[in-house]
Write a protein that binds this ligand. Structure first.
Ligand SMILES: *[C@@H]1O[C@H](CO)[C@@H](O)[C@H](O)[C@H]1NC(C)=O
Ligand SMILES: *[C@@H]1O[C@H](CO)[C@@H](O)[C@H](O)[C@H]1NC(C)=O
Ligand SMILES: *[C@@H]1O[C@H](CO)[C@@H](O)[C@H](O)[C@H]1NC(C)=O
Ligand SMILES: *[C@@H]1O[C@H](CO)[C@@H](O)[C@H](O)[C@H]1NC(C)=O
Length: 804
């Protein structure tokens, strides 16, 4: 039958406002059965006021309950609801007057649920059919005019106007047709005898009845009634009820007698024996029930399932021995038993969820269905405790799975969420579903160094490129978010970029020296190492690495006094009256190293008169060992070796010339020790000597006083009668060592001047390094060498550090 969609598709949209936030509305369409696949039923997007373009993003879909067939679907591009399966109203709804299909239209984000009702209109696609093609009717010849004979109704699977509307009897001489309506609403015909039969005239006759429906075009079905004229009269059986109703719980045991129909016939004997048989019934019902033809017991022979079919209708015919019959309707209602556990459907799941999802984020949508009815389909849902998720009832039987707290992938990266659904039947049935959720990483942890700060000890003169120490930072994030890259933060040490001192391996955190360090240049420095992860944006943290350079005995002692200038012979004057123990002179030496490496000791290696002078082991003070006597040689020279305490130790030597004399005039020429006795010069020498002696004496007194005074104020100065060299005299590098106070006074023995020294105007070199012989030159000399050299020493040979 051709139809115009536009005209037939009446659509009515009605929205109900619920208290729940998501919109919820019904939309219903009415359209004829048997529409081709792909036919458009209506435009859902338009009718619900949705943007068709967003349907895809919102995962719009049509949901059916359970495993039912889906007859329609939505075109996500246009929003059209289209037919996907040819709908046969008769198969779906049978004789029901109204055939409704209900679907759910689900949208997510936010969850939105609409009910779609499809009203399937009947199309006249079925013809009326009589239960049998031929009906045999035996009628006694004595039957009176007006006697009625019921003809079983024709059945048309269509409904309403398309069902059987009337019956037409073919013109004949004896019968007319009267159309009756049963209490159930169906129409049947009765043959009414209009003119008496006469067996002698006509023994048999054929009647043709046509049933017509009200559809356009009209359809019809026919039955032939074969009438045999009998001699005697007869009564048709009469059922005790027009309609038999029974109710039976589903899953009832086989061979249960559901209902018993019974009809009585007024006739005697064979004519009164009623036989029962099903006349019209669905195939489903035929497989489920049998009818005992003698007793009228309807017995269950199949497995009843309320969810399949909740109601069976059938017609039973009662027939007597003559073939006269009547029928009755049997309705069997099936009652529900809680035999279906709820089923949990995971409708959508955002997996994985980022760990920074705020509490309350919707993670998934769950739909619970129970095929039972009434209380048996009331379902409650829950999830286990101790997970940061909960189920929030949404629309109808939908639940949202939302987070209840902060997630931290570094603590828990996976969740097994068990959803339990329990119905309210008795006993209740329940089912569970396990949902696996992973937490996706977000770069929320900066790398953290294992230590608050690092320190490295490097021995000076190290190999460039040697590893100094290593730093390690951990980042618990995932993959590149947890991959740590190390780098050196820019900075300076004494104006030099740190990158020239150290380098760090970006992957391992191993720090390498970029050059050889010199303790005497810097004892320690700090660099900052940054650990950065590879996330975007990256996170970082930094740590301080303090590098301590440890000293190596790589500097030999430097003798400051006697001045090492080889050419200017310096001579100390020793008074002839000097007593044993008196201070004669002092060797002053420094060592650029520190600690033991700078702890100097002084030894006299060679002297003219070995018993005459001693040197303080650590003070360098040269004292007369005994009183000077007249017999002592006037010229004395000492070769002093200064050694540090390093391993191995380094040393330097110097020569000191002493002249035992009270008179400057007696002092020999400085250059060549040859003494030229010149009378003309004697007087002036005498004057100079007098002046010197008195000056020396005065100075001595002053110095003693000063020392007393200083000792009281500066108890740190260790040596008796010693004069501290002002720190301004010290080489510049020394002043730089911090924390010098205690350390220096304990370890450095380098800066003392004896009171006995008349050379108060020490010429300290500005940069002692420049004037010091390189260490190796001194190192090669062993004390033995010195001894040899001293033997042939006549004042002109220059070995090592010579001074006069
Ligand atoms: C959906 O509708 C669009 C536009 O009307 C059409 O081009 C497309 O073919 C349809 N898709 C399906 C599967 O019917
Ligand atoms: C989650 O369940 C799966 C399989 O059921 C199992 O392999 C896994 O170990 C479980 N994880 C946790 C954290 O319980
Ligand atoms: C790293 O974190 C970012 C967000 O900070 C995230 O988008 C990315 O997926 C993460 N990478 C991995 C490998 O988990
Ligand atoms: C790391 O160093 C940078 C640059 O010097 C500085 O801005 C930042 O505050 C430092 N971070 C830490 C944690 O010390």
């Amino acid at each position: 039958m051709p139809f115009s969609c536009g005209k037939v598709l009446v659509c009515s949209v009605s929205f109900f406002l619920l208290t729940l936030p998501p919109a919820y509305g019904d939309v219903s369409y009415s359209f004829p059965e048997e529409m081709k696949r792909g036919s458009v039923i209506g435009n859902l997007a338009k009718d619900l006021g949705l943007e068709a373009s967003r349907l895809s993003a919102r995962k719009a879909r049509i949901d059916t309950e359970g495993n039912r067939k889906r007859y329609c679907d939505i075109n996500l591009t246009s929003g059209d609801l289209i037919v996907t399966e040819i709908i046969d109203r008769e198969e779906l709804c049978g004789e029901k007057l109204s055939c409704l299909l209900s679907f759910e239209f689900v949208l997510e984000n936010p969850l939105e649920l609409h009910r779609i009702l499809l009203q399937i209109q009947d199309v006249n696609d079925n013809s009326p059919i009589f239960p049998k093609d031929t009906i045999k009717l035996d009628i006694g010849e004595s039957a009176d005019k007006g006697a009625r004979y019921r003809v079983n109704a024709a059945h048309d699977a269509d409904i309403g106007q398309n069902a059987v509307q009337s019956y037409v009897l073919q013109r004949n001489n004896h019968f007319v047709l009267s159309v009756q309506t049963t209490s159930a609403g169906s129409k049947y015909g009765e043959l009414v005898l209009d003119k008496e039969l006469d067996r002698e005239k006509q023994q048999e006759l054929q009647l043709l009845i046509t049933a017509v429906d009200g559809g356009t075009p009209q359809r019809s079905g026919t039955v032939v009634i074969h009438v045999t004229v009998l001699d005697a009269n007869d009564n048709a059986p009469v059922f005790s009820q027009d309609v038999y109703k029974a109710s039976l719980p589903e899953n009832s045991p086989l061979y249960t007698v559901v209902v018993t129909v019974s009809a009585t016939d007024a006739d005697e004997g064979v004519n009164g024996e009623v036989m029962y048989e099903f006349s019209r019934m669905s195939d489903k019902a035929r497989k489920m029930f049998t009818l005992d033809q003698k007793t009228g017991d309807i017995t269950l022979i199949g497995e009843l399932d309320y969810e399949e079919e909740s109601k069976y209708e059938m017609f039973v015919e009662g027939k007597d021995g003559y073939g006269l019959s009547s029928d009755t309707k049997v309705i069997i209602d099936i009652t529900d038993i809680n035999d279906n556990a709820p089923v949990i459907y995971l409708k959508s799941l955002s997996n994985p969820i980022p760990e920074n999802a705020s509490p309350g984020t919707e993670v998934g949508i769950i739909n619970v269905q129970d095929r039972d009815s009434e209380n048996n389909r009331q379902v409650r849902c829950s999830i286990q405790q101790n997970v940061p998720f909960k189920l929030v009832p949404s629309i109808k039987n939908y639940y949202s799975l939302v987070t209840t707290g902060e997630l931290d992938r570094e603590l828990v990266s996976d969740y097994n969420i068990t959803i339990t659904a329990t119905d309210e039947g008795s006993p209740p049935l329940s089912s569970t579903k396990s949902v696996q959720l992973s937490v996706a990483d977000v770069n929320d942890n900066p790398p953290v160094f294992e230590e608050q700060s690092y320190s490295a000890h490097v021995t000076e003169n190290n190999q460039p490129g040697s590893s100094v120490c290593s730093v390690t930072a951990r980042d618990p994030d995932w993959r590149q978010n947890g991959t740590v890259i190390y780098s050196l933060l820019p900075g300076e040490v004494n104006g030099v970029p740190v990158s020239s001192f150290l380098s760090v391996n970006g992957d391992t955190g191993v720090i390498h020296a970029g050059r050889s360090f010199d303790y005497e240049q810097f004892m320690r420095f700090k660099v900052h190492v940054m650990a950065r992860d590879n996330g975007s944006p990256p996170l970082s943290s930094n740590v301080t690495v303090s590098v301590f350079v440890t000293d190596v005995n790589d500097n030999s002692p430097q003798i400051l006094y006697p001045a090492p200038e080889g050419n200017s012979f310096m001579t100390e004057l020793v008074p002839k009256a000097a007593h044993g123990g008196s201070l004669v002179s002092k060797v002053i030496a420094v060592d650029a190293d520190s600690g033991q490496n700078a702890w100097l000791s002084y030894h006299i290696v060679k002297s003219t008169d070995p018993g005459l002078f001693t040197i303080g082991l650590h003070s360098g003070e040269i004292r007369a060992q005994r009183d000077i006597s007249e017999s002592d040689s006037m010229k004395q020279n000492l070769i002093v070796s200064v050694k540090d305490n390093g391993q191995p130790s380094l040393s330097a030597t110097c020569s000191m010339y002493l002249v035992i004399s009270d008179n400057l005039a007696e002092v020999p020429e400085l250059k060549d020790i040859s003494y030229d006795e010149s009378n003309s010069k004697l007087t002036s020498y005498l004057i100079i000597a007098l002046v010197s002696v008195s000056t020396f004496f005065l100075t001595f007194i002053i110095v003693i006083l000063a020392v007393r005074f200083c000792r009281r104020r500066k108890p740190r100065l260790l040596f008796d009668g010693a004069v501290a060299i002002p720190s301004a005299y010290l080489p510049p590098n020394y002043a730089e060592v911090d924390g010098a106070g205690t350390l220096r006074s304990t370890y450095n023995y380098d800066a003392y001047l004896t009171t006995g020294s008349r050379t108060s105007d020490f010429k300290f070199v500005t940069s002692y390094n420049d004037n010091t012989l390189p260490a190796d030159q001194t190192l090669r000399k062993t004390p033995k060498d010195f001894a040899e050299e001293l033997d042939d020493f006549d004042g002109s040979s220059q070995v090592g550090l010579n001074c006069k």
